[in-house]
Design a protein around this ligand. Sequence first.
Ligand code: SR1
Ligand code: MG
Length: 400
Amino acid sequence: MSYHSLSLEEAIRYAANLPGIFPENADLQVREIGDGNLNLVFHIKDSRSGASVIMKQSLPYAKVVGESWPLTLDRARIESEALLLQESLCPGLVPHVYAFDQELALTVMEDLSDHIIMRKGLIEGNRYPLFAEHVGKFMAHTLFYTSDLGMNQQAKKQQVKRFVNPELCKITEDLIFDDPYTDSSNNNYNPLIREEVEKLWRDEELHLEVALLRESFLTHAEALLHGDLHTGSIFITPESTKMIDPEFAYYGPMGFDIGAVVANLLLNYAGQEGWIKDAGQRSEFRQYLLDTVRDVWGHFSRNFVQLWERDNVDRMARTPGYRDLYMKKILRDTIGFAGCKMVRRIVGLAHVADIDTIADPQVRAHAETIALNIGKALIKLNRKAESIEEVIAIAEQYAK
Ligand code: SR1
Ligand code: MG
């Protein structure tokens, strides 16, 4: 079938013909449930057997903007290949891919309807005690085993080729590392914080740090990243965590993924201004979020060091002192990228519901200012940071 976006009826017909998924007499029901910025997502369920799948189809443009922003369909191949690779490195932490159709840019995968999007869960005030362990393991395994530390270095170069993703990287380069720092027509911010935004545009010390982080994003092909690991790309229950949506996957600096997780926990932290009214309860939930930031870094770094000791393929990586310097660099990158990812969600094109759906514009502006201040402070800290505790101290300082 040549490429066109599927109608609901076509999606059902397509699903019915998938080998080995639905029984002959299936009564398939379909809903389009895509709420992201880029794709169609069909949920297809057999009302008789209860069997179900997700079919995700890439559109040839960015849905969030419209047809005026064309976007490669190759991102569907990248996503399905990344999911398969991640599953092989980290079974149970990503949805299983049943099939991929290159023509239609369509991936058929495991239905995770018993999970919820983590961003929604955090807005509702839910806690996820296993999240830090799961995401820390996911990042350590996927980043270590796709890097020059954990795989054959010539095979890695071939793998870099498979995951060259210029159009999606360009979105990140513009939306995260450029637009927010100038008066770009892509920007989108609450007029009540205009003064804060103008300060950001004039802050040359900040711009220098962002330029260095941008350089790292452009040039440091350290490992295969998820590339967009925010809490909207995570399906969760108290027992289970699944990382979804790696269409931005490419070879880049490891701290970019870890920074995305940290940033999105801190965006929710800032957004709590508008969610939990009782000051005591708000501060307790915020404490939980900060503990989670600490634990995400802790689980990631412990897992990564363990893999380094056990499975490192590079003799020179055993040089005394090298591992500690490497870990410090990942920490510093994590902090810098976390800061950039917070700032972009306040000033840039695409925002987050944790803050954007706060109804009262004054309360929203307060939450936005907290997020912006934390983000800027993290960016300025990045090259000097020694410990994740400094991130926690910054968050506490600006939420006072
Ligand atoms: C035009 S796409 C906007 C954003 O949505 C995705 O989730 C990425 O974060 C991207 O920057
Ligand atoms: Mg996405």
